[in-house]
Design a protein around this ligand. Structure first.
Ligand code: ME8
Length: 522
């Protein structure tokens, strides 16, 4: 990636901050999971990581939800924000920070970026006349809308729009076409995947209107400095969370100098425009560095249907975790869909991946290897003899994964990284079948020992690799091989940290049980 400097060993990754008007669902879990995998990977790879998530608590949508619930907006957000923290806990997310936009430090930071934009001549006072969709918290031009039933105007997202006419401050977005196109050109990795980059470029080439960045008709937001009749547009406030969390406006602070610009803002495709167009314009306009990369992933459907509260098919992450197991769900979400594409959540596919890839391929490999160590070697890891070509090839394939793994995750190709790891799993299963240690047991115990040792070393590597995706299961596998806690990061890939022959291993237990459907299910 471009633009990396001497602080190469730091990594700042963020999720969107989620609106508190809704219960957390699988889509939110998905985005944060992807960031969690990256954060865990980078920590294991020696980086100083800051992984941020949080909640977006201002704006008309939240104000209306609070009103509907009959509570004051702050009490409402306190309560609903907690649901997102709980989601993060039970999904085993390893975030370093959880930001809420109603925190006092965030008002300071949002007002500071506003002031910088104003001082740099990018904000002016006018009147906004136009269409606004509360659900999207977004303004739309007339020609983007269609006519819905009852003569309502409908945004491309399907949200209803209302006509807004009020005094407003504007950001001079219309002047940003050339600077942004130049920025995209000079930073070809800024927007990923490529197809999304092309979409953004053609949007910007189409020309942009100035952006209304304040509202006067409701109160739930950050006050505009110097003009308290106005509150800041919720997206300007929301995007600023990424710098609030690293201590902006204190640009001298170690947190800021260490982590800004962020390495990656992970978002869903629905909010790419805000991140890839408005956000770099705001930052550059305020004299700040834009983030290094925005990745817009695809959209989940449920058994082929769009997920929506009104359809009543929202997938509750807690329910699926309780049904299938946490690491199983984490694996499925990262493996099922080529990252970046839309994907379908199908229970049949979940079960199929659990049973074939986790239980059969990886679980069985570990279980049968460790049981043979138990049965044939009294649970003591045997001493290997001289390696054959097949042994060397097996070990080489196991250690060689690391380079490809790094590249895949630097490009956010999560499913390919897993596929690379599973090539080793399949090769190891083929190796067991070919070497047949059970047949060697009587005839050639020395050779049997070598084969079991090579397998144990291969499993050690597999367990190291799967840690970012399935941390708990990986820990159990590493415990079963008696790998010390301080020998589990990626510097321990390779033969320098090979298992010590003669170690007594704990009694193995299956890590990935098969999922058995209830009788009533078909
Ligand atoms: O947009 N499939 O918050 P939000 C995949 N507050 N991902 C999904 C999804 C689905 N079906 N549904 C939601 C906001 N997501 C703003 C963000 S950031 C400065 C402000 C995920 O609660 C996906 O990451 O509506 C999407 O971008 C995000 O949730 C939207 O969350």
């Amino acid at each position: 990636m471009s633009g990396q400097t001497s602080s190469d060993k730091t990594y700042y990754v963020t999720t969107p901050i989620y609106y508190v008007n809704d219960a957390p669902h699988i889509g939110h879990a998905y985005t944060t999971l992807a960031c969690d995998v990256l954060a865990r990977f980078k920590r294991l790879d020696g980086y100083d990581v800051y992984f941020l998530t949080g909640t977006d608590e201002h704006g008309q949508k939240v104000e209306k939800s609070a009103e509907a619930a009959g509570v004051d907006p702050q009490a409402f957000t306190d309560q609903v924000s907690q649901n997102f923290r709980e989601l993060a806990d039970f999904m085993n997310f390893s975030h370093d920070g959880f930001i809420r936009t109603t925190e006092p430090r965030h008002a300071v930071s949002s007002q500071a970026i506003w002031t910088a934009l104003k001082e740099n001549g990018h904000i002016y006072l006018g009147t906004y006349n136009g269409w606004y969709a509360v659900r999207d918290e977004a303004f739309y031009a007339e020609d983007e809308l269609t006519d819905g039933p009852d003569g309502k105007k409908i945004a491309p997202s399907g949200a209803e729009c209302e006509w807004v006419e009020e005094p407003s401050y504007f950001f001079d977005l219309s002047k940003w076409q050339e600077p942004l196109l130049k920025f995209y050109e000079e930073n070809p990795d800024f927007i990923a995947p490529k197809s999304r980059r092309n979409e953004v470029i053609s949007f910007v080439k189409g020309g942009m209107h100035d952006l209304s960045v304040s509202r006067t008709s409701f109160k739930w937001g950050v006050d505009v400095p110097g003009d308290e009749k106005h509150i800041m547009y919720v997206w300007l406030d929301a995007l600023t969370n990424y710098i609030t969390a690293v201590n902006y406006p204190d640009q001298e602070s170690s947190q800021y100098t260490k982590f800004w610009p962020a390495d990656l803002h992970m978002v869903g495709k629905d909010i790419l425009r805000f991140h890839a167009v408005y956000w770099p314009a705001f930052l550059i306009g305020a004299g700040l560095a834009p983030p290094k990369r925005i990745y817009a992933h695809g959209w989940w459907t449920n058994e082929g249907q769009k997920i929506s509260k009104s359809v009543g098919n929202v997938i509750d992450p807690r329910e699926i975790v309780e049904t299938y197991g946490l690491d199983q769900v984490r694996y499925f979400l990262m493996r099922e869909v080529p990252f970046g594409n839309d994907g379908d959540f199908s229970r049949k596919s979940v079960v199929s991946r659990i049973n074939s890839e986790l239980a059969n391929d990886l679980g069985n490999l570990a279980q049968r290897t460790l049981s043979m160590v138990g049965r044939y070697c009294e649970g003591v890891l045997p001493e290997p003899g001289a390696y054959t070509d097949a042994d060397t090839a097996m070990l080489k394939q196991a250690t060689a994964v690391m380079d490809a793994y790094r590249t895949h995750l630097d490009n956010q190709v999560f499913h390919e990284a897993l596929e690379t790891i599973w090539q080793v799993v399949r090769a190891a299963n083929a190796y067991v079948d070919q070497q047949a240690p059970w047949a060697l047991h009587k005839e050639d115990p020395a050779r049997r020992d070598t084969v079991l040792y090579v397998l144990a070393e291969t499993i050690r590597h597999l367990a190291l690799y799967i840690q970012p995706y399935m941390p708990d299961s990986a820990a159990v596998m590493l415990d079963q091989l008696d790998v010390p806690a301080d020998a589990r990061d990626f510097t321990h890939v390779g033969e320098g940290s090979a298992l010590t022959p003669g170690t007594t291993l704990p009694k193995p237990a299956p890590v990935f049980p098969r999922f058995v459907e209830e009788e009533s299910a078909n």
